[in-house]
Design a protein around this ligand. Structure first.
Ligand SMILES: Cc1cc2nc3c(=O)[nH]c(=O)nc-3n(C[C@H](O)[C@H](O)[C@H](O)COP(=O)(O)O)c2cc1C
Length: 187
């Protein structure tokens, strides 16, 4: 597919069919992430692919955290947004969850996070190209340490995750700001 068409067609998908996606397809998607540019070419990203029970355990950790935070005081402290529960339910529905970690390095927080953004967008665009639905997930950060422990990588920092699967919805393009409101041609 033409690059511009893929960019225009990509959507965040929050409803998935009960159908698996092959390891080959997921590897192709991660490979496109790996080809993204990165600050100083550090490539400070590490992927863990989850399915089934272990994936659902991640969603349960998020649900547990969101429920605990229904207690007003705790919620204020952690500032857990109301989207954590619905996002956890999307994770349960989608067959694949890819966790994206970065090696901890306080000198490179901004550079590495920008690089991971480029990497994840490459993955979501490749998924669209292959007609695989995706949801980029930040809501997992509230249980980042628990998830790192669960998969045996406490030494690294969980940056975000992406759910992949066959879309069971076809959302319209979500609103975008107009170019004229966000671009200034300096004279
Ligand atoms: C860094 C990042 C984190 C996101 N985290 C979540 C999330 O945790 N849960 C969720 O439902 N959507 C999440 N999204 C999806 C956004 O809500 C979505 O991209 C936005 O509403 C625009 O919709 P679109 O992707 O369909 O164009 C995230 C997107 C980005 C780029």
């Amino acid at each position: 597919m033409e690059t511009k068409k893929v960019i225009e067609k990509r959507r965040s998908i929050r409803s998935f069919k009960d159908e698996d996606v092959s390891n080959e397809v997921i590897e192709d998607i991660i490979n496109c992430g790996r080809l993204a540019p990165s600050a100083k070419n550090r490539q400070n990203w590490y992927f863990i692919v989850l399915r089934n029970t272990i994936k659902d355990k991640v969603a349960d950790l998020m649900l547990e955290c969101a429920n605990n935070n229904d207690e007003a005081e705790e919620r204020k402290k952690l500032k857990t947004p109301s989207s954590v529960k619905p996002t956890a339910n999307v994770i349960k529905q989608a067959p694949i969850l890819v966790l994206i970690f970065r090696e901890k390095d306080d000198n490179w927080i901004v550079g590495d996070n920008l690089s991971i953004g480029a990497c994840v967008e490459n993955m979501c665009l490749r998924a669209t190209d292959l007609e695989i639905g995706s949801l980029w997930i930040r809501d997992i950060v509230y249980v980042a340490e628990d998830v790192a422990k669960l998969v045996g990588h406490e030494n690294m920092e969980l940056n975000c995750a992406v759910s992949f699967g066959i879309a069971n919805q076809n959302p319209k393009q979500r609103p975008r700001k107009e170019l004229k409101d966000i671009v200034e041609w300096y004279k």
